[in-house]
Write a protein that binds this ligand. Structure first.
Ligand code: ATP
Ligand code: MG
Ligand code: MG
Length: 565
């Protein structure tokens, strides 16, 4: 509920309104200490979305106050990811740009008798805050020292005259409050770490609790939107703005997004990466946004999904991963062209067709959607079907190809019947001899399967270097609850690689069309009919004038929901 600005001085509010032109201003404030994940996509949508819906603007603010964990690559990736989701920050700012101002306000805070330099160790601080027994809370002896002494010691902290951990600046709040966010929070700590933006200039760094609300205030944020765990911080946020008599934004909370069957904690993902369970932070089995991007998940599907979840529910709920996948599947069903591909090819020779038989079949990229256009594929004497569509042992409930059995080939006018299974000396199937049933007494097939024809004229089919089929990275819904730890919950067979796969020639049009509008490989998305949705992996090498081509496909999502999940 708004109303937090009741006590604000009228001239400050005037200043704010002048600065914003009565505009809504929000910010997305990530700490650049890791890659963004799908939970952040919700925070991005909430902040940018709220601003957009109200004709306002949204900042991307790097909350870079902890040089220990922050790295250049995270700054770059965060910006790229926000833009990839389709949002354009009004301005990009850095909490560290305000280090001078924050320091001056800290001096001011001491002078107002609202902060003091404290020499308690972390253990002592913990004890005085009630300790393990959550007992009585006590104020420490440093709290009531003369103001000038604290000012002098804070200057000394800045000058590097204390060791790490020796002194902190603490806010003089209310040790007897029922809210732990009032137990004299630390505002500054000594840290001898160079900062990627301010270098060696500082050896004291402000904490989140001190920095966040002041940066919101400096930027005239009207709605400080944050996740529910900051509810207790709301009052301390207001406390600090009031203590310094600066413009006070209003904080609103929304619930965090978490998804089952995956892990979002940075420390745990780092373990999966470092111990080789996944290829990297953008391994398509993870739920970081770079991973979802690489896997081919369209940003529109992520935005749609998090928007549909909404911000109204108050408790933090875990969303089933199947719900996310359904959203992605529905989106791709509408938007992805269809192609025929065989992941594990089995050669078929149609004996009653002439060697040079070449029939051009015109097929749509999406049935019943002429806007997607059409293309032609060769129907030839030699073609390939998927191994999974053939069985040597027939059974009455099986409707695909088997010796003596008839099956339809998608888009081909007449069915084929398997008349012989040709094997090598070791008994491996080399090819199936089939007959094209275009006579008057042909059977109507029960099933139609995908296939690709072999025609030198069309350099078809196209060979795929690799098809990567992913399934869930963890065996259980809540990997963290595995008694042997989340690593023990990793599904060893979550990646399946096929190396001899083939795809029809329509792939060329799909690549050209997708890259024309958005020049990134993951935008080349399609449905492999009867198999699943796929995109090109970023390691793909497309054919240049000369040189090797390496097409690598990532499995995005299955065609139907997996009943096991
Ligand atoms: P994590 O430790 O998972 O990275 P965080 O809160 O430390 O989370 P920040 O980079 O500080 O991550 O967060 C930037 C913004 O994104 C914050 O406003 C935070 O509340 C929000 N956010 C982070 N995780 C989620 C989530 N799972 N759902 C919704 N919002 C989130
Ligand atoms: Mg974080
Ligand atoms: Mg954080």
């Amino acid at each position: 509920k708004p109303g937090g600005n009741k006590q604000i001085k009228p001239e400050l509010m005037e200043e704010h309104l002048k600065a914003t032109g009565r505009k809504v201003i929000t910010r997305f404030p990530p700490e650049p200490n890791g890659y963004l994940h799908i939970g952040h996509a919700k925070a991005i949508n909430v902040n940018f979305g709220y601003a957009l819906a109200n004709n306002g603007v949204c900042y991307l603010r790097y909350d870079d106050t902890n040089p220990e964990a922050e790295e250049e690559r995270y700054f770059i990736s965060i910006k790229e990811t926000v833009e990839w989701l389709g949002f354009k920050p009004w301005k990009i700012t850095y909490a560290s740009n305000n280090f001078d101002k924050l320091y001056e306000l800290a001096i001011e805070l001491i002078k107002r008798d609202k902060a003091y330099v404290c020499f308690c160790t972390p253990e002592e601080m913990y004890e005085m805050r009630g300790g393990d027994s959550r007992g009585a809370r006590r104020e420490c002896s440093h709290r009531n020292r003369p103001i000038e002494e604290s000012v002098a010691d804070f200057v000394k902290m800045k000058e590097g005259r204390f060791k790490e951990g020796e002194a902190t600046l603490r806010m003089k709040m209310d040790m007897q409050s029922g809210n732990p966010q009032f137990w004299d929070l630390v505002a500054y700590r000594v840290m001898y770490k160079p900062h990627h933006r301010t270098g060696d200039k500082w050896c004291i760094y402000p904490t989140y609790d001190y920095t966040h609300c002041l940066c919101d205030s400096f930027e005239n944020i009207t709605h400080s939107l944050c996740t529910l765990e900051f509810r207790m911080s709301r009052d301390s946020y207001y406390w600090l703005c009031d203590a310094l008599e600066v413009y006070k934004p209003v904080q609103f909370e929304f619930n965090r997004l978490s998804i089952n069957n995956t892990i979002m904690s940075k420390r745990k993902i780092a373990k999966l990466v470092n111990e080789g369970y996944v290829f990297g932070w953008d391994d398509p089995r993870l739920y970081t946004l770079p991973a979802l991007r690489r896997r081919g998940i369209p940003p529109e599907a992520i935005n749609g999904f998090v928007q549909e979840l909404g911000v109204t529910t108050t408790s933090s709920t875990t969303i089933q991963v199947s719900r996310f996948e359904k959203y992605v599947r529905d989106y791709l069903d509408d938007h992805a062209p269809r192609l025929m591909a065989v992941v594990n090819p089995l050669k078929v020779i149609i004996e009653n067709l002439p060697d040079d038989h070449l029939e051009e079949l015109t097929i749509p990229f999406k049935p019943r959607d002429p806007s997607m256009g059409e293309h032609s594929i060769p129907f030839t004497k030699v073609l390939y079907i998927d191994q999974s569509d053939f069985r040597e042992q027939d059974s009455p409930d099986y409707f695909r190809l088997a010796p003596g059995k008839t099956v339809g080939l998608l888009y081909v006018p007449h069915p084929i019947t398997c008349i012989d299974v040709k094997k090598d000396a070791d008994g491996n199937i080399v090819h199936l001899a089939c007959r094209y049933d275009d006579g008057p007494d042909k059977m109507k097939p029960k099933t139609y399967i995908q296939w690709v024809g072999e025609s030198s004229k069309h350099e078809s089919p196209i060979k795929l270097a690799e098809v990567r089929i992913y399934s869930h990275l963890f065996k259980s819904g809540n990997p963290e609850s595995n008694p042997d730890g989340f690593l023990a919950d990793v599904n060893e067979t979550s990646l399946d690689i096929a190396k001899n796969s083939l795809i029809e020639i329509g792939m060329r049009n799909v690549i050209d069309n997708a890259l024309k509008s958005k020049p990134h490989l993951e935008n080349v998305r399609f449905q492999a009919i009867r198999v699943g949705y796929f995109c090109l992996d970023k390691d793909t090498i497309l054919k240049e004038a000369e040189g090797e081509e390496r097409l690598i496909l990532n499995h995005i999502v299955t065609l139907k929901e997996d009943p096991k999940k």
